[in-house]
Design a protein around this ligand. Structure first.
Ligand code: ANZ
Ligand code: ZN
Length: 818
């Protein structure tokens, strides 16, 4: 058997592709553009198998698009600011910059070995001053538009990392990273006003070609909530308490009200006798996180001594304070309906407050659990008997007449806190002047360079505060004494716009030239993991919209299509981790079996969006297939003559068999690859190869060299996205000209598939109108789709609506119109 020497072949082609700049692209092509993007990695040090899975899938797809006539931008870069570099630096005594750039170098080497079709000329590294200059510029752009602002705010503070954490980085009251206690600390913080875009971010999700669960997470994070605001008078005063409720239909069931302890109204309305207790209570709630406050089963609180008046029935009800009501949501005050709201129920039981049922369950079951759904109103005066929905409308409009209620939409999402009291990040470009106050760094002074020799021991204060040369500066406005902002930006800021920079990564006048942005963006296909991407996607969408409104972009959504790859588990079926010893090191596998075998095995493992356990035998099997394939193909002699990439014209029955097998493969891979069904493509290659081997007994290569060369040439084209090195080598060996990777994708001939197809009769209103050729087992929905695409049938459907359709599997589709 001829030896397939993967090490030699891969090395050879890497250098050819690099030298010929095969995958570099520009805007001058006359083919339509396609922007194919994978989520750029963090430079953790090593490319792990999960990266390979993500990036190989992205590369299969990019190559498919390229061979189908698109000018494909397929870039890569590094998300290289962030805490891990700093923590590694503290642990091992290496400067963050050194650690980061050494890792990048190593990972670039590893990436190369995968043989991806990246335009290496466009690599983006977010910790390069040439990049973060524009991150700072983005900050100023938001600042100019009132979308970046500074505020004293309580923040989650990790007592060990000594930095602020985002809400989602706090797990069970501890730091996600180190598990240490998280406390609440009042700090001056920079925020981005993402809430200005809450509504658009929420509604536009529906238009995107994204996985459904990801759309739902976007929406849940934004948390749109429709309800009403209702105004309660404070008895014997001029004061009012406004509440937000999603259940105005339960208004007759309100038996008390609750204010957030921080609500300024508390001081205004409380009875002096209660002052001591109220103050004592407020003190106990400080330091609790919002999450604790919302989840605590044991409700706490105190009575303010004040009463409110229910606007619907003038009942007097007591006003309490409790920390289960948050100041940051709605109005910081609620109307409590213990009969139908669980938290209110817990509170009422604890403090012995009345409970009045006002909604009857549809089938009056007497289970003890509280009924919190919609139903029919009871004990509700004139509104008794109405459904919840009807009552909401009626009660709302009745009170609205008196200015005591109005519909209201609230969002859960809060502004994005971007300040980090850490070193390895983009400095926030703001200067504080004794005379002029807060002054933005002028654009011409960007970038504000992150100094290198800084002690980064986390002390709670930003490390940059202790670098005198950095900290002390002069005011750009008045030239007087001034100091710099010493916080750095959350790395999510860097990753919120990196996909724009790939369009024009070397530009030092603009973050990217307008015409290049216009040409390449938005991203057509974005591929990456499903975990931890909710915020990245949300922030990127926010940046895109803000930049659009600032006149820099002419689109509002950055990622038109999105796909998630699944997760690769260890051979034991468990999540890979060093401690379990089940980690697969791609470097070792690539040395042993070759990048093409690893790529193809990853494709073969299972549905791309599902992943699965790594099976060493599976990889060996794929390698064995490639060995046999290589051995088979090099028996075919090269021939002169241009590569015409057409359909085989068979001369006898066995040649027809060959043409048919090849055509079937073309059809299969052309259907499955764009759907990212990579696994079925690889099984088709294996099956086809077995059929070839079988056929060769009747159709010897030695006598039929030309047709075999043609058939295997086409097979190579189909395999090229998966095994780029091997196919390039064999393509050359067969005497075809040019790189296989810039050839046109083969087309297939329907006629050659006929044997395998069946005819389905299509009737419209009882009359036979067309016969469709389909694969046996095609579903009704697919046949209906084909029928609608048929011209003959379209004639009978234009201007009409399909009322019904019936399908007799593989025989007749019958359409009835209105
Ligand atoms: C009365 C009521 C009766 C409520 C009932 C619910 C059920 P979402 O869907 O999350 O928007 N609420 C309003 N502001 C609050 C705050 N600052 N802190 C804590 N809770 C607050 O939830 C809206 C509901 O959450 C509101 O509707 C209010 O309780 C409570 F059977 O009002 B409801
Ligand atoms: Zn000044």
């Amino acid at each position: 058997m001829a030896k397939y020497n993967h090490l030699e072949i891969e090395k050879k082609w890497h250098s050819v592709w690099d030298k010929t700049k095969l995958f570099e692209v520009d805007e001058s092509s006359n083919m339509p553009k396609y922007y194919n993007l994978v989520m750029y990695p963090y430079p953790s040090g090593d490319l792990h198998i999960g990266h390979w899975y993500n990036f190989s899938g992205g590369d299969f797809y990019a190559r498919y698009k390229r061979m189908n006539g698109f000018n494909v931008l397929n870039p890569i870069g590094f998300d290289s600011f962030g805490l891990p570099a700093e923590n590694a630096a503290i642990m091992n005594g290496i400067a963050p910059k050194k650690w980061t750039y050494e890792n990048i170098e190593n990972m670039v080497r590893q990436l190369h070995r995968m043989g991806p079709s990246y335009d290496w000329n466009r690599m983006v590294v977010t910790s390069d001053p040439e990049y973060y200059k524009w991150t700072q510029w983005m900050f100023l752009e938001l600042y100019k538009r009132g979308l970046a602002y500074k505020k004293k705010q309580v923040a989650n503070w990790c007592t060990s990392c000594n930095t602020v954490l985002a809400n989602e980085q706090v797990v069970n009251g501890g730091c996600e990273r180190c598990g240490s206690d998280v406390i609440q600390k009042d700090l001056d913080q920079w925020l981005f006003k993402i809430t200005d875009y809450a509504n658009e971010l929420y509604t536009e999700v529906d238009k995107l070609d994204w996985p459904e669960r990801t759309k739902i997470s976007q929406k849940n994070w934004i948390g749109r909530s429709e309800g009403a605001e209702v105004v309660f008078a404070v008895a014997d005063t001029e004061k009012q308490i406004k509440v937000f409720t999603t259940r105005i239909d339960t208004l007759f069931g309100v038996t008390f009200m609750v204010l957030a302890p921080e609500n300024p109204l508390v001081a205004e309305i409380m009875n002096k006798d209660q002052a001591k207790e109220v103050e004592k209570y407020i003190a106990t709630t400080q330091g609790k996180t919002e999450l604790d406050r919302m989840q605590e089963k044991q409700k706490t609180g105190v009575f303010t001594g004040a009463y409110a008046v229910n606007p619907i029935n003038n009942e007097k009800i007591p006003v309490w304070i409790s920390d289960y009501v948050l100041m940051g949501y709605g109005t910081g005050a609620i109307m409590a309906v213990p009969a139908h709201d669980e938290r209110d129920m817990e509170f009422a039981k604890k403090f012995d407050l009345p409970i009045i049922d006002v909604i009857a369950a549809p089938s009056a079951g007497k289970d003890e659990k509280l009924f919190s759904d919609y139903g029919v109103l009871v004990n509700s005066g004139d509104f008794t008997g109405l459904t919840s929905k009807e009552a909401q409308e009626k009660i709302n409009s009745k009170l609205a007449e008196k200015g005591l209620a109005g519909k209201k939409v609230n969002f859960k999402i809060r502004d994005w806190l971007i300040s980090r009291q850490r070193y390895w990040g983009a400095p926030i470009p703001i200067i504080y002047c004794e005379k002029c106050g807060e002054v933005p760094v002028p654009e011409s002074d960007l970038p504000v360079i992150l100094p290198e020799e800084v002690s980064i021991k986390p002390t709670g204060e930003s490390p940059l505060r202790h670098d005198k040369d950095f900290f002390n500066t002069t005011c750009p406005k008045c030239g007087g004494k001034a100091t710099r902002e010493t916080d750095t930006m959350d790395t999510f800021v860097c990753s919120s716009w990196y996909f724009l920079r790939y369009a024009d990564p070397k530009n030092d006048k603009e973050f990217a030239a307008k015409d290049k942005l216009k040409y390449w963006l938005p991203v057509d296909m974005y591929i990456g993991g499903a975990e931890h991407t909710v915020l990245h996607l949300l922030y990127s969408r926010f940046f895109t919209k803000a930049l659009r409104d600032a006149g820099h972009l002419d689109f509002g959504e950055p990622f038109l299509s999105l796909r998630h790859q699944g997760m690769i588990l260890g051979p034991d079926g468990l999540k890979m981790s060093k401690s379990k010893g089940n980690v697969i090191d791609p470097d070792i596998e690539v040395d042993k079996y070759g990048a093409d075998a690893v790529r193809m095995y990853l494709a073969f493992m299972g549905p791309y969006d599902q992943g699965g356990p790594w099976n060493p035998n599976g990889l060996v099997g794929v390698r064995r297939f490639l060995d046999k394939f290589f051995d088979f193909v090099i028996r075919i002699n090269p021939e002169k003559g241009d590569w015409h990439n057409g359909v085989i014209v068979p001369a006898d029955e066995n040649e027809v068999r060959l043409a048919r097998i090849t055509n079937k493969l073309i059809q299969k891979v052309s259907a499955d690859l764009p759907e990212m069904k990579f696994n079925t493509c690889v099984s088709a290659f294996m099956e086809t190869f077995n059929a070839f081997a079988e056929l060769e007994k009747d159709l010897p290569i030695a006598k039929h060299n030309s047709v075999w060369r043609q058939a295997l040439g086409q097979t190579l084209l189909l395999m090229a996205p998966f095994a780029p090195h091997l196919t390039e080598e064999l393509f050359e060996k067969l005497g075809f000209e040019g790189s296989i990777h810039i050839q046109t994708w083969p087309t297939f001939d329907m006629k050659l598939l006929l044997d395998d197809l069946i005819t389905v009769a299509v009737q419209v209103n009882g009359k036979l109108r067309d016969q469709l050729l389909v694969i046996p087992g095609t579903t009704e929905a697919e046949v209906l789709k084909l029928a609608k695409e048929s011209e003959k049938i379209a004639n009978y459907l234009t201007g009409k609506k399909i009322a019904k359709s019936f399908y007799v599997q593989d025989k007749i589709l019958s359409i009835v119109t209105d």
